[in-house]
Design a protein around this ligand. Structure first.
Ligand code: P6P
Length: 294
């Protein structure tokens, strides 16, 4: 299979370009694992979630490929307790298979990655690039770098640009809210009611697919703070930061309810965060609601 060319033209740092190309090249193998490694593994991941064999296959092949690149100094994964450290000036944090509970119903699943200039745990402002792959009707990859977002279709080992400047549409159309209304606090519940009257529901259980809807149609994806779980469900290092970086580079905003996800402090690579991604106008109104309810 031909190696993907540097997927982010104009990238001054070839190590980051090669890292991005490695995710494009690994996509075919990971898609294969989704089709064949469908059984549950014996372990749970550090977040206490059951693991599929496909989660472990994706994690192992990504670690091997990425640490084989010159310049990659560490590999952090949602599937691993601790960071694998090597020598290099670029650091990768990965959710190898986001939405693996969607494997059985054959719904959207994907890989999320962040490329940092500092070893995790680290804040999102230290990202130099981020991206996600969706193993959907076709395999697509979205990459953010230098305030620009590009979308590719990955087919026959090549990555073809299908959108050279992805940006969140001005008029919001869709919403996807996780966690269950019965668990939302009043600030979010009130705002959700208002948006549910205006927008169309798009929630599929894998944030990469739901956020891809927001990038395509405009709107809001939220997995908010819950009454019984004030830091929400999603992981700040592996989901919030890279997806926040992408949405902000596409002209939208990210928030934990009060600040950009890229500014939220982090102590452990498995820290969770309330997460809101979408149109700037919707995020700003949501933050006002939270402020008013405090
Ligand atoms: P729930 C997938 O497991 C994930 O981490 C995100 O990709 C997704 O948005 C969320 O959890 C789904 O959570 O509680 O709706 O199953």
């Amino acid at each position: 299979m031909s190696k993907s060319t540097d997927l982010t033209p104009g990238m001054t740092d070839t190590t980051t370009g090669r890292i991005v190309g490695e995710f494009a090249d690994a996509a075919t193998e990971i898609r294969e694992a989704i089709a064949t490694e469908r059984q549950f593994a014996d372990e749970e991941n550090p977040s206490g979630e059951s693991q599929l064999a496909a989660d472990l296959v994706a994690d192992e092949l990504l670690e091997e490929r990425l640490l084989a690149l010159d310049g990659v100094g560490s590999y952090a994964s949602e599937e691993r307790e601790s960071v694998t450290v090597d020598e290099g000036h670029r650091h990768v944090a990965v959710d190898p298979l986001d939405g693996s509970s969607n494997l059985e119903p054959n719904s959207g699943m994907g890989t999320i990655f962040g490329v940092y200039d500092t070893q995790p745990p680290t804040i999102g402002r230290n990202l130099v690039a981020a991206g996600f792959v969706i193993y959907g009707p076709t395999t697509s990859m979205v990459v953010a770098r230098n305030d620009r977002v590009r979308e590719y279709i990955i087919h026959d080992g090549d990555a073809r640009v299908v959108d050279d400047d992805v940006s969140v549409p001005t008029d919001p159309t869709v919403y996807g809210f996780g966690g269950g209304r019965e668990n939302w606090n009043d600030a979010f519940a009130d705002y959700a009611t208002e948006l549910q009257e205006r927008l169309k529901l798009r929630y599929g259980g894998a944030m990469i697919a739901d956020v891809s809807q927001v990038l395509t149609y405009g709107g809001l994806f939220s997995y908010p703070a819950l009454e019984y779980r004030p830091t929400g469900k999603l992981r700040l290092q592996f989901e919030g930061q890279p997806m926040g970086y992408i949405v902000e580079a596409a002209g939208g905003k990210s928030s934990d309810g009060h600040q950009s996800l890229l500014d939220r402090e982090i102590d452990d690579i498995h820290d969770r965060t309330p997460l809101h991604l979408g149109n700037t106008s919707l995020i700003e109104r949501l933050e006002e609601r939270y402020e008013r309810h405090e």
